[in-house]
Design a protein around this ligand. Structure first.
Ligand SMILES: *[C@@H]1O[C@H](CO)[C@@H](O)[C@H](O)[C@H]1NC(C)=O
Ligand SMILES: *[C@@H]1O[C@H](CO)[C@@H](O)[C@H](O)[C@H]1NC(C)=O
Length: 354
């Protein structure tokens, strides 16, 4: 480890040289503080197989929940995922940042491999690093750096004091921490990158990527019922399934006779779940007694819907939806049966040919 540091440090110093000199490209217009909080997160995942191989590393940058950049390996180029993701830095600065990241990942790999022996940690293991910065609507910003090994806390970097902090009782964390603490040059460059470069980059991305960040996708809401597997008194589960919306903030409620059903044991939410196209979905489930004669509706409020939102009814007149669901299932089963018979006939008729 101590032999490897001198090899890496001059490289790091050169690579970070131009990044440290850059506050903001001169061509950029002055940027107002964003109205929404903006967060830029860099996630690195490093898989350590044994002492002889370099770790398999992968990195992703996200502005809010929008993936902007990735790096497929510890020595791979930065890939840009948005047309605006290369703006804000000159090609030379991007190149230098790429170099700095490669060297930094190499430094972490060497440090981890050199300290692992005698710590009780055995290969393979995964180290994940989360770092970045957030700009609040009032213009204040804060930065963060933390790491985990197989999901347990490892070390974090206290940006306010410039100190490395090891997870208590973890021998490997203490050794990594000691090693990083001895390297004041790299620590102060990392601090500068997170506290200044990251913040100006976030402002720049939020400016150039504002169309992407302001994207509005309207939710689709479907209401249906299914049999409750548990409660006898409340034998029916009403499901309000809302999907395809962006951004994330949404308010979905069940209305009973026009009144909002307050949270309680009969009300369940799936929580926000991601779709593959950077939209989200959510299910709110309400257990009811259909014999009690209430009317039900699901109300959805989202920034894409304007003031009145969306209301989908399920009332005494809405029972057909169960019938419809049953109908769909029966049709599907019938179609599957026909397909199976056809396949069997075909298969049988072809046999003699084989
Ligand atoms: C900005 O907002 C944050 C969180 O709301 C608060 O902690 C901080 O003190 C504020 N800063 C200023 C300068 O108002
Ligand atoms: C709500 O969800 C929890 C956890 O999945 C489950 O145990 C519970 O039975 C659910 N309640 C209803 C009314 O569906």
């Amino acid at each position: 480890m101590m032999q490897q540091l001198p090899r890496l440090l001059p490289g790091l110093f050169v690579a970070w040289g131009s990044l440290l000199a850059f506050p903001m490209s001169s061509s950029m217009p002055p940027l107002p503080a964003p109205m929404e909080p903006q967060i830029l997160r860099l996630l690195a995942t490093m898989v350590f197989h044994d002492t002889t191989r370099a770790a398999d590393s992968q990195g992703t940058a996200l502005l809010g929940d929008v993936p902007t950049h990735t790096m497929d390996c510890g020595t791979c180029p930065i890939r840009f995922h948005q047309p605006w993701a290369h703006q804000g830095l000159s090609p030379k600065q991007w190149h230098d940042l790429e170099q700095a990241i490669h060297l930094y990942l190499g430094l972490i790999t060497d440090t981890v491999v050199s300290v692992v022996q005698g710590t009780g940690v055995s290969f393979p293991f995964v180290i994940q690093i989360l770092m970045g910065c957030e700009i609040l609507p009032n213009g204040t910003s804060y930065s963060f750096y933390l790491s985990t090994r197989d999901r347990d806390d490892l070390v974090r970097f206290n940006l306010a004091t410039g100190e490395w902090v090891a997870a208590p009782g973890d021998k490997m964390a203490q050794r990594v921490c000691r090693s990083f603490s001895q390297d004041q040059g790299t620590s102060s460059r990392l601090r500068f990158l997170l506290q200044y470069t990251c913040v100006t980059e976030t402002q720049s991305f939020a400016y150039y990527g504002k169309e992407t960040l302001k994207r509005q996708e309207r939710p689709v809401a479907v209401v249906f019922a299914r049999q409750s597997p548990i409660t006898v008194e409340l034998p029916l589960l009403l499901v309000c399934w809302v999907t395809g919306f962006y951004p994330r903030p949404i308010h979905v409620t069940w209305l009973r006779d026009g009144e909002e059903v307050t949270p309680g044991p009969g009300l369940n939410s799936s929580g926000l779940l991601p779709n593959a196209d950077l939209t989200y979905q959510l299910r709110i489930v309400l257990a009811i007694d259909p014999g009690a004669g209430h009317s039900y509706a699901c109300r959805v409020e989202h920034s894409s819907l304007g003031r009145q939102g969306l209301v989908v009814h399920w009332g005494p007149g809405g029972h057909w939806e169960v019938g419809l669901a049953v109908g769909i299932v029966i049709s599907l089963l019938a179609a599957a049966a026909v397909a199976a018979v056809l396949w069997w006939m075909r298969h049988r008729s072809m046999r003699p040919l084989l």
